[in-house]
Design a protein around this ligand. Structure first.
Ligand code: NAP
Length: 259
């Protein structure tokens, strides 16, 4: 599959790294166009994908991704429409701020389009991406888009009204978990554990707890109950967290972003 992508910043580079890491896509299958600061050139020196400053080069690609800053999405689409003329190549924007309807207003109602919200773990093929397809998208275009995201982790079809909350939970959530792991490690260092060991144990514990939830399908409360013996140390720790409003702080973090 030949993939074209505009933008190699935080999200574009995470997707590029994920595709190359999957080994299903080679550097020669990837065509990238970057912006003025030269981010794409710097990454190209490391990853050796094809780099272009010419939209015509995208005519050879099977699928095109837009991973540029939100205000640029529609102007790049307009440029692409002129380049493509009658040629139809599915286009996926990864901006939370531009809807499929806004993209259709530029490309036309029957053009194969999608709006996707990936998260940064796509770079290690463990992302979760929410996607909204244009209503009448042809099954071949949809399958092509699905295949390209399957290399990056899990793909979940969502409705347009859930894009905001999906981006908040899946996109902002990794930073919440990073802060949690850092704080857990600080607590361990305070009590004598080496810093490197603390980060490793915290990360492994968070990853394996998440995997246990996913693999058993149990309610998180049931898993917590399994670790909290009566009068034991874990329930004492949970009580200390709740005294500081741990659950409220977490719920309020999501709610503050959404409102
Ligand atoms: N970061 C996330 O976790 C995340 C999650 C989901 C969705 N998104 C979406 O992903 C998009 C990009 O976000 P980001 O965080 O990756 O931003 P970013 O780090 O600022 O990257 C933007 C990229 O776009 C490039 N660019 C600018 N103008 C361009 C043009 N005319 N043609 C081609 N490339 C151009 C920039 O190149 P130069 O640096 O060389 O100028 C840069 O590589 C946004 O729409 C955002 O909503 C981000």
């Amino acid at each position: 599959m030949n993939i074209g992508i505009f933008g190699a910043g935080h999200m574009g580079s995470a997707m590029i790294k994920g595709w190359l890491r999957s080994e299903a896509i080679s550097p020669n299958d990837l065509l990238v166009r970057g912006g003025r600061r030269g981010t794409a050139q710097t990454l190209q020196e490391e990853l050796q994908f094809k780099l272009t400053n010419d939209n015509q080069a995208f005519l050879e690609q099977d699928i095109i991704f837009l991973a540029v800053n939100t205000p640029l999405i529609l102007s790049i689409l307009k440029e692409l429409k002129e380049t493509l003329q009658d040629k139809v190549i599915p286009i996926v924007s990864v901006s939370a701020g531009v809807s499929v309807k806004e993209m259709q207003a530029v490309m036309g109602g029957s053009y194969p389009l999608a709006q996707a919200i990936p998260n940064t773990p796509v770079q290690i093929n463990q992302g979760i991406t929410g996607i909204v397809y244009a209503e009448n998208i042809a099954s071949e275009s949809k399958e092509l888009i699905q295949t390209s995201f399957n290399y990056l982790g899990e793909l979940v079809e969502i409705t347009e009204d859930k894009i905001g909350i999906f981006g908040t939970l899946a996109g902002c959530g990794p930073a919440f978990v990073d802060v949690f792991m850092e704080a857990l490690s600080d607590g361990a260092v305070l009590n004598g554990m080496d810093r490197d060991m603390a980060y490793h144990v915290a990360a492994k514990m968070v990853a394996s707890s998440a995997n246990l939830l996913l693999e058993t399908g149990k309610h998180p409360g049931e898993l917590k109950d399994g670790v909290t013996s009566p009068g034991g140390t874990t329930i004492k720790g949970i009580t200390a967290l709740e005294k500081e409003g741990f659950r409220y702080a977490t719920i309020n973090a999501i709610d503050t972003i959404m409102n």
